[in-house]
Write a protein that binds this ligand. Sequence first.
Ligand SMILES: Cc1cc2nc3c(=O)[nH]c(=O)nc-3n(C[C@H](O)[C@H](O)[C@H](O)COP(=O)(O)O)c2cc1C
Length: 213
Amino acid sequence: MKHIIIAITGASGGLYALRLLRALLTEGHHAHVIVSKFGRYVLHDETLLPSGGALRIQLTRLYGEDIMNGELTEYKIGDLAAPIASGSVIVDGMTVIPCSMKSLSAITHGTSSTLIERAADVTLKEARPLILVPRETPLNRIHLRNMLAVSEAGAHIVPAMPAFYQKPKTFDDIADFIAGRVLNLLGIEQKLFAPWRAEENESVEDEGRQNAR
Ligand SMILES: Cc1cc2nc3c(=O)[nH]c(=O)nc-3n(C[C@H](O)[C@H](O)[C@H](O)COP(=O)(O)O)c2cc1C
């Protein structure tokens, strides 16, 4: 069982976080979840997550009993005395998914004034994987500079840029692509989408060769 901190902030794309949580919990991992005020707002505004009750119950109502295979601990964003605010508590990594430009800025500058910012700061100082999934468009130079600076400090940037070569049929398929990429960087095998297949590559090459003939 891996211990992963999942921070959900107020950028569009809460579905990425829900799909990641579904995958982690179904596989029996322990998710330590922090949701910002606007993270909660956007999550409920954009997704079918039912409101009322603990997040674990909401997720079970959305995705079924398999959610119960894992553990979920929810923390208050202002709880700077939470265990995950200290580097002495061992976790396997953290992701901020989706990551607003405000949270990106705060993490980049080491502000540490909320539990999300502090846990990210701790994750970097302890040299554990920190995966940020920023979402904004278009990007200004402040956003771009912050991404470069936090990447130089050791974070992984996984922009919410889903690919379409998997031929997604649903929003869940699209979100699973990003969730799967995050799982890979956390060192957890992802089963959300099939990797690009060599046979398909070969058939595309064959087709290209035939067309060239
Ligand atoms: C509906 C809605 C969608 C938003 N989408 C984005 C977004 O995609 N990216 C972003 O950086 N901010 C977005 N914002 C603005 C952030 O929520 C806002 O900057 C907030 O202060 C972020 O705080 P947090 O990082 O603590 O959640 C959105 C706000 C709302 C109300």
